[in-house]
Design a protein around this ligand. Structure first.
Ligand code: ZN
Length: 307
């Protein structure tokens, strides 16, 4: 077996264009994992570690992280570091986004990931003196690593999942690609395109959502089909994707066949799903129902512009 250090070519100091000295020749990445925690249904905790006193910014708190290797994506590096430093099981978290702190010539990418609950963790490496799930409300009071402290206000706004609910009939109807000849085929094409988008991630969300500017968002997609497009719900999305892609290991698209009107199903999902919901439709009446249910709305042209 080849030792873990064999291909660790990112280890080393470098300088950024702001004149700082940084660890990580190809940049660095960290994992900000969050999980629901008490008290209150909307409370979240984040996984932080306290650095050992002898290290860089010793004694401060921040997410687990470290140098990214030349061949590694930010997501792969962040998950690896969280496992090496805190024993966080990488397979049990869902990657939701990446925030990039770009210094010019060097950057730190914080990978945001949701966990189903505060998973058991403990300090593994000698660089880490303590590991803890900290309520988000208590984070700012800690002695934070200065890089993390600067990013925390933006990161805090991204600590919940995002689901994009797509009105298939409305989106298909807005692009004249012959969908009227084969509605199920058109729905299948749209589903496969969404699977690609789920894997690659989105570089922007509608401005009306007033969310921080992440480098990438990794939402879940729900495609709601009705009528002649309903058989698509019984089939599976295109096969396993390229393991070297930037996003999470599973592109997330769920197809829901509306039993009756797609509008009723979409409005119900807009009200019921956890986290943020963005509904893609141009239907004015449906948009009003979704907004009343607490969701954000955008038109098909926004989604088609991302594909
Ligand atoms: Zn710098």
């Amino acid at each position: 077996m080849v030792g873990p250090m064999a291909n660790r070519d990112g280890n080393g100091w470098t300088a950024c264009s702001l004149g700082h000295r940084h660890w990580g020749r190809y940049g660095a990445a960290g994992l900000l994992a969050y999980a629901p925690c008490r008290p209150g249904p909307d409370q979240v905790c984040v996984l932080l570690q306290r650095r050992s006193w002898w290290g860089n910014h010793g004694g401060t708190w921040g997410p687990p992280g470290g140098a990214r290797d030349s061949h590694e994506s930010a997501v792969a590096a962040a998950l690896r570091e969280a496992e090496e430093e805190c024993a966080l099981p990488a397979g049990d978290v869902s990657v939701r986004g990446i925030l990039r702190d770009d210094h010019g010539g060097w950057s730190y990418q914080t990978v945001i990931a949701g966990a189903p609950r505060p998973l058991p963790v403990h300090p593994v490496s000698s660089e880490t003196s303590k590991v803890s799930w900290v309520p988000a409300a208590d984070v700012a009071a800690l002695d934070l690593h200065p890089g993390f402290a600067a990013q925390w206000p933006a990161l805090r706004e991204a600590l919940q999942p995002l689901t994009i609910i797509v009105d298939a009939a409305n989106v298909m109807g807005s692009r004249p690609d012959g969908w009227w000849r084969d509605r199920a085929g058109a729905a299948r094409r749209l589903r496969d395109q969404l699977a690609g988008l789920a894997a690659e991630g989105l570089t922007a969300l509608p401005e009306s959502m007033h969310l921080p500017a992440l480098e990438r968002w990794f939402p879940e997609f729900v495609l709601v089909v009705e009528g002649a497009a309903r058989p698509v719900a019984a089939t599976h999305a295109a096969g396993p994707r390229d393991p070297g892609a930037p996003g999470p290991p599973d592109g997330r698209v769920r197809v829901v066949a509306a039993p009756g009107s797609g509008d009723d199903t979409i409005a119900a999902l807009a009200g019921d799903l956890a986290g943020r919901r963005l509904v893609v439709t141009a239907d004015r009446r449906l948009r009003e129902r979704c907004v009343a249910a607490g969701a954000s709305v955008t038109g098909p042209s926004w989604l088609l512009g991302q594909l």
